[in-house]
Design a protein around this ligand. Structure first.
Ligand code: NG1
Length: 391
């Protein structure tokens, strides 16, 4: 049974009638520009063909009731209980419910009305894998409340509300990339976003190249602490570099040449973290011209450099991600391979010549299993549209 049939049937069982609407919001994969969204840099994600789906209807009840089919759990909240992160019976909201409740909270903060809904949702975006399952849940619920609220927000506004929910309600100090990609995805296109101005455009991926996602099946743990520490190091670098470069607002404003000149004024660890960001922004600056020219070879080299930098400077890789990348890079047809998303586990992204893709996936799976004893999941991903009401 596909996910839409599954949530529709669970909805009928639970609420006694068919859902009024179905919404879909995708996860994302990022090709270049990692850990730069919160440094005002450039990112190059694509929405993927894995998504969160919600079956939902309006209800006259004073609270919304959500069923997370993936966990077989239910939670309720209302505009009155969201501030305290509790349910009407005063028990705490389960963690999965913080994402939809956070979206309702962020809408309320903006003075936008939200009605109560009954909903069943499920996702085939693996959690904790660097493919932004949380953003897909947020963007799906943003569309659900928009559908019932009689208001329309531009996709970027919905993305910003999702980021606010994640930053201020869930408590992860993330950048805008994930919610942006889930809200604004375009079929068959990569998305190039300037995280400072929020201007974005689509960039082509040549027809002969496939995006292959390889899941190490290692799930990241305790990452929000490590993630927030990386962010703090970047802020510390900006604070110290301001002594010599008083006009900078973020690492986006520091050139590689200036950074090299001033690197020895920074403590070792801060220097490594900031060097990754400054050089990665330099790499992502080259992406558009290379992709427009169809120079996938050079673009793939930047992806490989990005992985080395995330591994050695930003220190967000893990042994399994390194094994997956080390096996992939020399395989026939592989232009570039690197970890995608925050790191610490999860998935790699690979650009592979379509002619070689089957042999690539087979060799990668076999090599990874032989070395780690873990069976990976490897799939070809198609860039998809952003969050949308399906009916
Ligand atoms: P993932 O891998 O989806 O957790 C995280 C951040 C992004 C971005 C990337 C690294 C969250 C929700 N999102 O993505 O904003 O900073 O890491 O480039 O934490």
């Amino acid at each position: 049974m596909n996910l839409i049939d599954q949530i529709t049937s669970t909805y009928k069982e639970k609420f006694g009638h068919a859902p009024a609407h179905i919404v879909r919001a995708p996860g994302r994969v990022n090709l270049l520009g990692e850990h730069v969204d919160y440094n005002d840099g450039f990112v190059l994600p694509a929405a993927i063909d894995r998504a969160t789906y919600i079956a939902f209807s309006p209800t006259d009840a004073p609270h919304s009731t959500l069923v997370a089919a993936d966990f077989d759990q239910q939670a309720s909240f209302s505009a009155e209980t969201i501030a305290t992160k509790t349910q009407p019976d005063s028990s705490a909201l389960p963690e999965w419910a913080l994402y939809p409740a956070g979206v309702m909270w962020a809408l309320k903060e903006e003075g936008i009305s939200t009605s109560s809904i009954n909903a069943v949702f499920a996702s085939d975006v693996p959690r904790g894998s660097g493919l932004s399952s949380s953003a897909s849940v947020e963007m799906a619920f943003a569309i659900a409340w928009q559908t019932l609220g009689g208001w329309t927000l531009p996709a970027m506004q919905r993305a910003l509300l999702g980021q606010k929910a994640e930053n201020k309600y869930v408590g992860v100090n993330c950048g805008i990339m994930d919610q942006f990609a889930s809200a604004c995805g375009v079929e068959n296109k990569l998305l190039l976003l300037d995280c400072r101005s929020l201007e974005w455009k689509t960039v082509p991926l040549p027809d002969h190249v496939a995006i292959v996602i390889a899941d190490t099946t290692v799930r990241r743990k305790l990452t929000s602490g490590e993630y927030n520490k990386r962010r703090d190091a970047c802020e510390e670098a900006v604070r110290l570099l301001k002594n010599d470069l008083p006009k900078i607002k973020s690492l986006r404003d520091v050139s590689v040449a200036d950074f090299n000149r001033l690197a020895n004024t920074l403590p070792d660890e801060v220097e490594k973290r900031a060097r990754h960001v400054v050089e990665e922004i330099g790499r992502s600056n080259q992406a558009e011209a290379l992709l427009e020219a169809g120079d996938i070879q050079s673009f793939g080299r930047l992806m490989n450099e990005c992985h080395a930098s995330l591994r050695d400077l930003y220190e967000v890789s893990c042994p399994e991600l390194n094994v997956m990348v080390n096996i992939a890079q020399p395989l026939k047809g592989c232009y570039g391979a690197r970890l995608t998303g925050a790191g610490f586990g999860g998935c790699t992204v690979n650009l592979v010549a379509k002619n070689d893709v089957e042999a690539f996936a087979k060799a990668l799976a076999a090599g990874y299993e032989a070395e780690t004893g873990l069976r990976p999941e490897i799939y070809i991903s198609h860039a998809s549209n952003g969050a949308e009401l399906l009916g």
